[in-house]
Design a protein around this ligand. Structure first.
Ligand SMILES: [Zn+2]
Length: 515
């Protein structure tokens, strides 16, 4: 049996249609999951939707819909967008599913039995948009939430609390024993800062919220949306026809290898969730990776300012792989990143159309024109490209294991640059003209062999393009579970019989771009 690898995106909140930020996170998850499949891991990539809470209830009301209808509609939209973006997920977890409700009850009961849930009065400030409590010092003047720019409400209720403070020391110990738990490492200090201020018990039930899972010990209240949603990482692991029990989910892929999230929900994943799991006496996830935010033209994106990127528009205009490529190649995964139309067009034109696309096209055309589409290896003494290829594979692996996605593409595009240079220096078209066919064939064979390797390395990033290159090289379909072993020179072919050349990425013309 191959080793398991469990990766999750957040469960996205269905108060509104999916936006570019959710698309970005999910593209990154998909890239990592595809890489792990190449490495023969038994991968489970879970995504899904978080569907309870007052904000969702109100969003449904505003549209004259039942809450469940609204959730079904928006959840479907997420799934559709993931299919458009060629996201290969294995599980789609929904927090309004019956199975989820049962698993949350199991989870709650474990925490309850452990003595970590108690009733008390809560008085404080609450941002309804965050669905979270706020300390006055974290709010702007006039008690305004800095994220949502709306006033935090006075909140007073008799609720059930989770004894978070009890786990403070254990959590610090866990961080010490697992120094890579919070990634990128610069986010760890932020979390340690929160812990230093002292972890406070927090209410995990709401009397005033009807759209939620009833609290098992008091049905007049519902479970707090975060306490419910995080358990979705477990409940979503159930297979069809399996017994709906927490124990069953644990046998499938738990513990999670990495939760990929945006930095805004780091506290829930790096503090609340591990403590909840400790209380339920369950294994903790191995890693939480909090990536940065996207801006557009240097400005924060927001509906009110109209400064947004519509993922559907981007895909319609540029195609799935161009969109995936841009965000993976341009943004440094983990840090904040900025989108501009100019940088998008530059990336596609220079990296995809010119450097990669032209190399493929020129090589295949020469092979057809001069050698009936067939070149065999005419020299077993490979030159510098073989060595460069081997270094590239090693460094690529290194970066991918550390989730340095952009750095992995840097290495790959360096190799593409080197291969273009070698091709131009050797001038195979001149060699053919001078009837130096052995040398010409050797140059073409070498280039095709690099392209074959490249198509494997770019597969996690731009899978459709990768398959197109594979096809043009005359190879059969890339098998994502078996292809890593074929990396390296002369691992497969002593001869290429290429198919017809076709352009994989036409150059984008700034003037004809509508958005
Ligand atoms: Zn807020």
């Amino acid at each position: 049996m191959s080793e398991k690898f469990y990766i999750t995106s957040p469960l996205y909140y269905v108060n509104d249609l999916p936006h570019i930020g959710s698309a970005y996170t999910t593209i990154c998850c998909d890239c990592i999951a595809r890489y792990k499949r190449l490495r023969k891991y038994d991968v489970c990539f879970l995504t899904g939707t978080d569907e309870h809470g007052q904000k969702i209830f109100k969003a449904a009301q505003a549209k004259n819909m039942l809450a469940q209808e609204h959730c079904d509609h928006i959840s479907k939209k997420f799934e559709e967008l993931w299919r458009l973006l060629n996201i290969h997920f294995d599980k789609f977890s929904r927090t309004t599913s019956k199975n989820h409700e049962k698993i949350v009850e199991d989870f709650f009961n474990r925490v309850y039995k452990n003595g970590d849930i108690y009733e008390a009065n809560y008085e404080g400030l609450y941002c309804e948009a965050c669905e979270d409590f706020k300390a006055e010092k974290d709010l702007l003047e006039g008690l305004i939430c800095p994220i949502h720019k709306q006033k935090a409400q006075d909140y007073k209720e008799k609720n059930y609390f989770f004894a978070l403070s009890k786990y403070q020391d254990k959590l610090v110990k866990y961080f010490d024993e697992n120094p890579d738990f919070i990634q990128p490492s610069f986010r760890k200090n932020e979390v340690l800062g929160w812990i230093k201020e002292g972890l406070k018990d927090f209410p995990i039930s709401r009397r005033s919220v009807s759209w939620g899972i009833p609290l098992p010990c008091d049905k007049t209240q519902t479970i707090y949306v975060w306490f419910d949603a995080l358990v979705g990482y477990l409940s979503g692991l159930l297979n069809e026809n399996e017994e709906v029990k927490l124990d069953t989910t644990l046998q499938n892929y738990w513990p999670c290898n990495v939760h990929i999230i945006g930095k805004d929900i780091l506290r829930f994943h790096a503090v609340y969730w591990p403590c909840m799991l400790m209380s339920a006496q369950l294994p903790l996830p191995k890693k939480v990776f909090g990536h940065g935010f996207l801006t557009k033209d240097g400005e924060k994106m927001g509906k009110t300012t109209g400064n947004i990127i519509d993922p559907y528009e981007l895909i319609n205009e540029f195609g799935t792989d161009a969109v995936r490529f841009y965000f993976l190649r341009e943004m440094c995964f983990g840090k904040d990143g900025d989108y501009t139309k100019e940088s998008f067009i530059n990336r596609v034109n220079s990296d995809l159309a010119n450097n990669l696309g032209n190399l493929l096209n020129r090589t295949i055309n020469l092979v057809h024109k001069n050698f009936n589409g067939i070149v065999e290896n005419t020299n077993s003494n490979f030159l510098e490209l073989k060595e460069k290829m081997e270094i590239t594979i090693k460094e690529y692996e290194n970066h991918m294991e550390k989730l340095e996605l952009k750095e992995a593409t840097d290495i790959v595009w360096q190799l593409i640059g080197n291969t273009n240079k070698a091709f131009n220096d050797k001038e195979p078209w001149k060699l053919i003209k001078n009837n130096d066919l052995t040398k010409a064939k050797y140059c073409l064979y070498e280039t095709l062999e690099v392209l074959r390797n490249l198509s494997i390395l770019i597969y996690p990033f731009i899978p459709e393009t990768s398959l197109k290159i594979y096809y043009q090289l005359g190879l059969n379909t890339l098998d994502s579970n078996n292809e890593w072993d074929k990396l390296g020179f002369e691992k497969v072919n002593a001869c290429f019989k290429v198919r017809e050349a076709s352009i994989i990425f036409p150059r984008l013309d700034t003037k004809s771009i509508k958005i």
